[in-house]
Design a protein around this ligand. Structure first.
Ligand code: SF4
Length: 333
């Protein structure tokens, strides 16, 4: 007896970073007639611009989820700690796989897959770590790594015959020769560098983030955005000044200013926009004003300069001597 039921299309979710490995893994799975839905994430630490562009290029439907809240909670207290900087890659991968698994169930898809390659990154893509993150995500048996699958234990979709293991690959290590050959075969000519894109791997951003966690534990998402702009100078354990380094910084700071922040700008000379987030006592505002004067274009022998201090709708003028820039160096975050 033949079944009259039409054969059900196998559907999978690709955890899609937009890099070469994720592009070729999508192609490899699509080659088996599997319906692929791309999934990527954004937070204040990384954007979805690269995966969006790559998905457009290969006509992959892409879902972008903003996971700021849950991701930030993880970044503050990662179970497996941080990498070289403030990057909790093991917990981050686990979280992404967990969310992808929940989406898979919600959408009735059959499995999740990633572009990870065994041994490509010594820590996060070791055999043990690939196992740990999959297990901790709660979806271990439904996570496939098509590029290295034949070197890894068989997963449920392979056992169920939803994916043909024979047509999956056995790539390992750091080289990308085979992936590049695959890209050529698939007609994919543009793909980005695998590294970069996550601010949690950046030395300066990590230093500022650590400082924010320690000094302003009740911070808001806006404060994370501020970490990306200007020079940050610590005044005391609760107050810091942010100094725009150029016109672009000044423009980036402007929309981030709230009613409780004090903003400084020289009245008579071009110079930075400076900001004291959350305001501060009078004495500290004067310090911030003199920092503002130090980084502007006032003549060296000017003595004192007039600085506009704005907070909400109130504006006042203060007369200050520019701070000594060398002394400020030691207070930079
Ligand atoms: S580099 Fe950033 S986005 Fe990537 S796994 Fe690590 S923490 Fe997460």
């Amino acid at each position: 007896m033949f079944s009259t039921e039409p054969e059900k299309t196998v559907k999978a979710i690709s955890l899609f970073s937009g890099g070469l490995d994720s592009i070729v893994s999508v192609k490899l799975i699509q080659e088996q007639g599997i319906d692929v839905q791309g999934l990527t994430f954004c937070t204040p630490f990384f954007e979805a611009a690269k995966p969006r562009a790559a998905a457009r290029m290969i006509a992959l439907p892409l879902m972008v989820l903003d996971i700021t809240e849950v991701h930030l909670a993880m970044v503050r207290a990662p179970r497996y700690g941080y990498g070289k900087n403030m990057n909790p890659c093991i917990d981050c991968h686990t979280l992404m796989l967990k969310i992808a698994g929940e989406k898979m169930e919600e959408m009735g898809h059959d499995f999740i897959f990633t572009g990870e390659v065994l041994g490509q990154r010594p820590m996060s893509q070791s055999r043990q770590m690939l196992h740990v993150v999959a297990k901790n995500s709660g979806y271990a048996d439904r996570i496939l790594r098509p590029l290295s699958a034949r070197l890894l234990p068989e997963t449920l979709p392979e056992k169920e015959g939803k994916v043909d293991r024979e047509r999956l690959l056995d790539i390992s290590g750091r080289g990308r020769k085979r992936q590049m050959e695959m890209a050529e075969r698939y007609g994919v000519t543009e793909y980005s560098n695998p590294a970069g894109g996550c601010l949690l791997t950046d030395v300066m951003f990590s230093r500022r983030l650590k400082d924010l966690f320690a000094s302003h534990p009740g911070f808001a998402t806006r404060d994370l955005e501020l970490l990306k702009v200007g020079r940050h100078i610590r005044l005391d354990d609760r107050h810091k000044v942010i100094v725009g380094r150029n016109k672009r910084d000044n423009q980036s700071l402007e929309p981030l200013i709230g009613d409780r922040d004090t903003v400084f700008q020289m009245r008579d000379f071009p110079g930075p926009l400076c900001m004291l987030p959350g305001g501060a006592p009078e004495e500290m505002e004067l310090q911030a004003a003199s920092i503002c004067a130090a980084y502007g274009d006032a003549p060296k022998d000017v003595g004192q300069v007039t600085v506009k201090c704005r907070r909400g709708d109130e504006m006042r003028l203060v007369l200050v001597a520019p701070a000594n820039k060398e002394e400020l160096q030691g207070k930079m975050i």
